[in-house]
Design a binder for this molecule. Structure first.
Ligand SMILES: [Zn+2]
Length: 318
């Protein structure tokens, strides 16, 4: 599948013929006038901010007249969105962008995406949401396809009033992005931490491991030769066995863990999650850089990229 940039004419066609207010998710429709809208009108960046729409018809009129390059809405609700004042609450959002994944099996160069890494982003998004459901007791979780990856938004009341420090803790927990300090306790590392660590370690090869500070080539080769046993040790939380398998001293072991944890945290852009005033691409809008629709995904297991293709793309190809 080729991903071309949309022309101004195609954007115009999309917003006048194809954009439909019914594709706006309810959680946005029901809070429309409390959100700040941002626009990138020509592909140079979202510089038109502080917009407020009292009705969906007004939004539609704007979209049809301006045919923007990109459309964004705040995760926050405000008393005065056009001044970004009177903050009420914010969704908790995760941005899992295939172009920025730390480990990809496809070989896409930085900044590029393909069907395979978008699928890897999809798996990670499902994982994160599962953890939030089972471990954090959150239930109002929605997914959207962003054009190059996925957004998760959590709208549970308990989460929407969290401050930045608490949001940081959530993102660290969900991604396995920090080494838990409770490692000395009898129970060992949390299951989510072990799973994230195992997923990352599984995706590493010699070249990638050579980027870890302090890991000599002989250690890397030992670890990779014993990869299955090492993975098993991680899954059981027996990280000391990992040191034995690779012959790692305490300092090198710590550096190795730091390396894995950093990769874990890079699966999502943590800045998005902790920023309570962030704007995110509006589901239903066009991602003009790749000519795909940003859209709500009701069933992540069944999502296919073809679902997100606007009509003008099939016309372009026929
Ligand atoms: Zn790729």
């Amino acid at each position: 599948m080729k991903m071309h940039e949309a022309t101004p004419e195609e954007r115009k066609q999309f917003y006048s013929e194809e954009w439909n207010k019914r594709e706006l998710p309810d959680f946005i429709l029901h809070t429309l006038s409390l959100r700040e809208f941002g626009f990138d009108l020509d592909g140079t960046g979202p510089s038109h901010r502080y917009n407020q729409f009292m009705t969906v018809e007004k939004l539609m009129e704007y979209l049809q007249n301006r045919a923007p390059y990109s459309v964004f809405a705040s995760v926050a609700l405000y008393d005065q969105p056009s001044m970004r004042k009177g903050w009420l609450k914010s969704e908790l959002a995760f941005d899992i962008d295939a172009k920025d994944l730390p480990l990809k099996s496809c070989g896409c160069t930085s900044g590029k995406v393909c069907e395979r890494c978008i699928d890897e982003a999809r798996r990670i998004a499902i994982e994160f949401a599962d953890t939030m459901r089972t471990d954090l007791g959150l239930h109002n979780i929605v997914f959207s396809y962003s054009g190059r990856g996925f957004h998760i938004r959590v709208t549970d009341d308990t989460i929407m009033t969290l401050e930045q420090t608490e949001r940081t803790q959530v993102v660290e927990y969900v991604t396995g992005g920090v080494i838990p300090t409770d490692v000395t306790m009898a129970l060992g590392y949390s299951q989510v931490f072990r799973e994230r660590l195992a997923r990352t370690f599984k995706g590493l090869d010699e070249q990638r491991l050579s980027k870890a500070r302090g890991l000599r080539k002989s250690i890397i080769q030992k670890l990779l030769a014993e990869k299955e046993r090492a993975l098993e040790a991680i899954r059981r939380g027996k990280l000391n066995e990992l040191s034995t398998l690779g012959g790692l001293g305490p300092k090198t072991f710590r550096q190795f863990l730091d390396f894995l944890v950093r990769l874990n945290s890079e699966c999502t852009d943590g800045k998005v999650t902790i920023d309570t005033k962030r704007i995110l691409r509006l589901p239903s809008s066009l991602h003009s850089g790749v000519s795909m629709k940003c859209m709500l995904v009701r069933d992540m297991e069944r999502f296919k990229l073809e679902d997100a293709l606007p009509k003008f793309v099939s016309e372009r190809e026929s």
